[in-house]
Write a protein that binds this ligand. Sequence first.
Ligand SMILES: [Zn+2]
Length: 456
Amino acid sequence: MLDLLLTGGSCPDFEAGQLRRMNVGIEKGKIVYLGEEEPEAARRIDAAGKVVSPGFIDIHMHEENFTDEGKQYIIAELMLKMGVTTACGGNCGIQNQPVGEFRRVIEELGGSPVNYVMLAGYNQMRYELGLGHKEPLPDEKRGELKKLLQRELAAGAAGISFGIEYDPGITFADMQQALELLQGDSRYLAAAHFREADSGAISSVEEMIRLAETTGVRFQISHLISCSGFGQMKKSLELIKESASSSPLVRYDTYPSNAFATYIGSEVFEDESLAQWCRDISKIMLTEEPYKNVYCTKELLDKARKEYPQMLAVGFIMNEEEVSMAIAAKYGMIGSDGILNRGNGHPRAAGTFPRVLGKYVREEKALSLMEALQKITLDPAERLSLDGKGRIAEGADADITVFDPDVIIDGASYDDIYIQSEGIDYVIVGGRIAMDHKQVVDARAGRFIPFTPMGN
Ligand SMILES: [Zn+2]
């Protein structure tokens, strides 16, 4: 007997490019039945009129900080509530703890709300060696840095990420050298947060494409909107298309918002960087008390940098029409860049996927439902070499999100990121119902997914 049967829903068939009505049977964490019959099941869910989608995969996010914030899930629970079943942490060069430690805590807690994949953060390894943001990597430390990256890969990281903007001391040659560690296995992924936004966007995109093409490593350009959403999107997408149409190496992700979010203490807000990208300081908003939702003056910005360097600041500075361009274009995926500090931050951490499906698909028709589903399920699964995920197929992992395409929309706002999205009926992780109509009923169905190099 099946554990669970979903009846009457429509499942994406990416080969055929359309939704197909099928009943979906689940047993022991796998999809074992697809068809029109109704085999016996311990539990049945009526999914008529709903989309039965592979669980959403967030290719660009930031994992929990178990070190400073305790062993609790805040971000991951928000992920689950917006339909995510697997998320990739360790982006932008930053890790909140070593991969081995992260994995150990998840196991200690008996699982996690969503499945996790991790990248090794290159910047984090530089910090471990005590290097400053602008400091070049001294030759005598290259060996040590390599060892740290190897430690993270051995612990199960699926690749390496860079946050070039945060540490301008990182050179092209440094990154090339780091990526040598991934060259033995074409399934590894590299990702980078650009070197410089706005006026530096085109040269940043070119640098990342060159890095992919010279190393031959699969390369994800991170949150393109915050790099090129200042008038450089069209040209950036053309450059990406030129590379991507002839090779599988370069792809990108983006979030559905015209506002970026990052730590107020970061390099980005140093006078020199600030002058490059920010034309209007009053468009930067702080996200925590005593300055929650207060817009900046230069004085306040400097004060907050000193007093609360870990506070997140949000900048409403990108162009809205470039947001939809980035979401809709071929070769792009969606990542929430879900980043919070003590539960505060940008609402994209709580509403990214419903927002894409509600605002950009249904309301604005910037892309079709099938295109969007592919960008949030199949494409990131292939990118992260998650063979069992991203499809509704017999034998696939039973990670499933059931939603109403006529209703789904994000609810989170800058005032309250905990307002839940509408229109998601069920989220199933590894065959277990994890969310049932806005109620999290099982927050431990996810696990850490270690990358297994070829030959192991
Ligand atoms: Zn970033």
